[in-house]
Ligand binder design. Structure first.
Ligand SMILES: Cc1ncc(COP(=O)(O)O)c(C=O)c1O
Length: 286
């Protein structure tokens, strides 16, 4: 069989982990995003996520789409919750409703763990519901799996239904809910660099990599997103991008004072923390 043996090993491991047939190795997670958002177009459409990571935001905008964060209500509360990475299912259903006014969803993304939202995990039950809603709406569902191992480990600790299961088993199950995934593998001690993309069949054209290396095509003016205060910068502009903040972009949940932190079990009940008085910063739009 042609090609490096190390690549074949890599492909086998990723296939076994994800259950997805097609595996593209990439040098970083952001390269996977660049390929993905240019080969499965998002122009003038939105992508919905518990929390887009900075590089994901940039790649969606570059491809002419609009990233919309819909973090779950628990993410905004100081009160502990085991899975603050979960997104807002009601808002997801609203956006996926065929009668919804405004740009259509091109992609649903669960970022596991939700890095932009403080590294909180997503629960398997929740991921299942997200997958069902996305599938019913015919919208591809992806995992941004940069910290999938940590997410799986936290599930084994926090989800009573996962008691006795290994993180690997939990991770395999999570990946199989999604139509595709990408992963920055310089996390969770996997390596210094690298990553993968497991595109669904529709992106599995020999042109996918070529699409990535050519500059993104100019998109027509992006339709205003109902959740955005301002329109995103035109894609493929020669000027540097100015990323915008939408009201749906998360503001960090209020922080607990250090003295009230319980490192061993931070999601177990404890007195509500006093919200910080510091001004919340937009997560990643600068
Ligand atoms: C959730 C998430 N997605 C994507 C990326 C981008 O990956 P990379 O830095 O390998 O390009 C990161 C990197 O930190 C990340 O945490």
């Amino acid at each position: 069989m042609p090609g490096a043996r190390s690549y074949r090993r890599f492909e086998d491991v990723v296939r076994e982990l994800t259950g997805h047939k097609h595996v593209l190795p990439v040098h970083q997670g952001r390269a996977a995003e660049r390929i993905l958002f240019n080969s499965l177009p998002v122009q003038r459409r939105i992508t919905l996520s518990d929390g887009h990571f900075d590089t994901t935001i940039a790649n969606v905008l570059l491809a002419g789409g609009e990233p919309v964060d819909i973090p779950g209500p628990e993410a905004r509360e100081a009160a502990p919750h085991p899975f603050k990475g979960n997104l807002d299912l009601d808002r997801l259903a609203e956006h996926l409703d065929p009668g919804h006014r405004g740009p259509k969803a091109a992609r649903v993304i669960l970022t596991v763990t939700d890095n932009a939202g403080g590294g909180h995990p997503v629960s398997p039950d929740h991921a299942r519901k997200v997958a069902e809603l996305a599938r019913a709406a015919g919208v591809p569902f992806f995992l941004d799996a940069a910290r999938f191992a940590e997410n799986a480990h936290l599930i084994t600790r926090r989800d009573p239904a996962a008691r006795g299961r290994t993180a690997a088993e939990v991770a395999r199950e999570l990946f199989r809910l999604a139509d595709g995934s990408w992963c920055s593998m310089k996390k969770d001690a996997f390596g210094n660099i690298g990553g993968f993309l497991t595109p669904p069949r529709t992106t599995n054209s020999p042109n996918a990599a070529a699409t990535c290396s050519s500059p993104p095509k100019a998109a027509p003016a992006t339709a205003a997103c109902p959740d955005a205060t301002s329109k995103p910068s035109p894609p493929a502009s020669p000027k540097p991008l100015t990323l915008t903040t939408s009201p749906t972009a998360r503001t960090p949940p209020p922080r607990s004072p250090p003295s009230s932190r319980t490192p061993a079990c931070p999601w177990s009940p404890r007195p509500a923390a006093t919200p910080s008085t510091s001004t919340p910063q937009p997560s990643c739009h600068t």
